[in-house]
Design a binder for this molecule. Structure first.
Ligand SMILES: C[S@@+](CC[C@H](N)C(=O)[O-])C[C@H]1O[C@@H](n2cnc3c(N)ncnc32)[C@H](O)[C@@H]1O
Length: 247
């Protein structure tokens, strides 16, 4: 099972970059760069549109991106990321220790067997795996959507805790706090943006269930202004710990 991002490749950057304050983004990128200080080659697993690969490419690293979605990688290519391979994170087509460092951002909640993917990334990486694993507090329409789909008989059968879950399960080599900020969220805007099912947690839900969830979200939060706290962190792991991980 693979969750293809082909359907959102054209809108991905517009929906995922918005909302992160520029100084926070700078802090995230600087902390990642510092984490890669002993690295030359970097593998970006689930490179997507090259949001991060572009930066590291332009910063002088030799970046190779892998993804299952050609449409997403086409966007990365347009940003100058040249070394792109269509491959599944469960079976990376590289020898052991091929890369000094790896990046894997917002991918683990999509894969069939996250433990397998983590071990596989550990296998091809020599020094460090880096990700962004921020916690949030307060209103999250996405989180409520997940609760409602489970309540209606369609629980998400994947590792929704993703990179944040990995941070809790495998002791990191380093954690760098990159920000702590509150945002006022217009609940109607956020709920309306779900009409196009922009998030992957909505893609496998039948139409009637999706409509019922949207109705519940509007009943619960319609017309409200709510607050959300974001606490992004840059996290690095020792690949040896990833290879050795047993759930
Ligand atoms: C949420 S996007 C994140 C993209 C990028 N890392 C970023 O932060 O902008 C997830 C990406 O992972 C890719 N993906 C999903 N399952 C995958 C798998 N099993 N192997 C490789 N890539 C995968 C999707 O196609 C998508 O491009």
């Amino acid at each position: 099972m693979t969750v293809s991002f082909d359907r959102v490749a054209h809108i991905y950057d517009a929906t995922r970059w918005s909302g992160i304050p520029v100084p926070v983004m700078e802090k995230i990128l600087n902390a990642m760069k510092e984490g890669f200080r002993n690295c030359q080659s970097i593998l970006d697993v689930g490179v997507g549109t090259g949001r991060f690969a572009q930066y590291f490419n332009e910063s002088g690293f030799a970046v190779v991106g892998v993804d299952v979605s050609l449409s997403m990688m086409k966007q990365a290519q347009a940003k100058g990321v040249r070394d792109l391979v269509r491959a599944d994170g469960h079976y990376l087509p590289f020898r052991d220790g091929s890369f000094d460092g790896s990046l894997m951002i917002h991918v683990l909640h999509l894969v069939k067997d996250w433990v397998w993917v983590v071990r596989e990334v550990g296998r091809v990486t020599k020094n460090v795996l880096i990700s962004e694993a921020g916690d949030i507090e307060g209103f999250s329409a996405r989180q409520r959507y997940l609760e409602l789909r489970a309540e209606m008989g369609y629980p998400l059968d994947r590792f929704n805790d993703a990179e944040l879950g990995l941070r809790r399960l495998i002791r990191p080599k380093f954690v760098v706090p990159a920000g702590d900020y509150w945002t006022e969220v217009d609940a109607d805007d956020e709920i309306n943006s779900f009409e196009s099912r922009k998030s992957s947690v909505m893609w496998d839900v039948p139409d009637d269930v999706h409509s019922a969830i949207m109705k519940r979200l509007r009943t619960e939060y319609g017309g409200k202004k709510l607050r959300r706290r974001d606490m992004p962190e840059v996290v690095g792991w020792d690949p040896a710990h990833l290879r050795a991980y047993k759930p």
